[in-house]
Design a protein. Sequence first.
Length: 131
Amino acid sequence: LAGGQAREAQGRFEEALQALKPTDPDFVRASLGRVQALARQKPDLARDTFLAFAKDHKPLVQEGDYGMVVSELLKHDGVSQAIDVMDAGVKAYPQSPQMLAVQKQVTEAAKHDKNPASYNKLKGLGYVGDH
């Protein structure tokens, strides 16, 4: 993934996941690696894949995983998708200082996004503007 070959990395992670069970130590790493690879190519699919993973394997997902996915999406112009992941993370970890920092990161990105729909989405979710 570090070599910039997102599609190839995605395939490798998917291959590895076929052989792994949720109890395997590399399951989370491979699952999150797949999400990172997807974020670089298909932000919608990355968001959907991560949120499904977080729902299906809640005990395995940590608050830092939400932040990592948000950062990866923001790096690859997935502001709207990052908002969805951030929102899920804030709901999963409502008192988390880390999620508060992620929320601020997403808010700044939405303010500067070329698409005003991102900021409006944050507003609609109650993160910015009049509450």
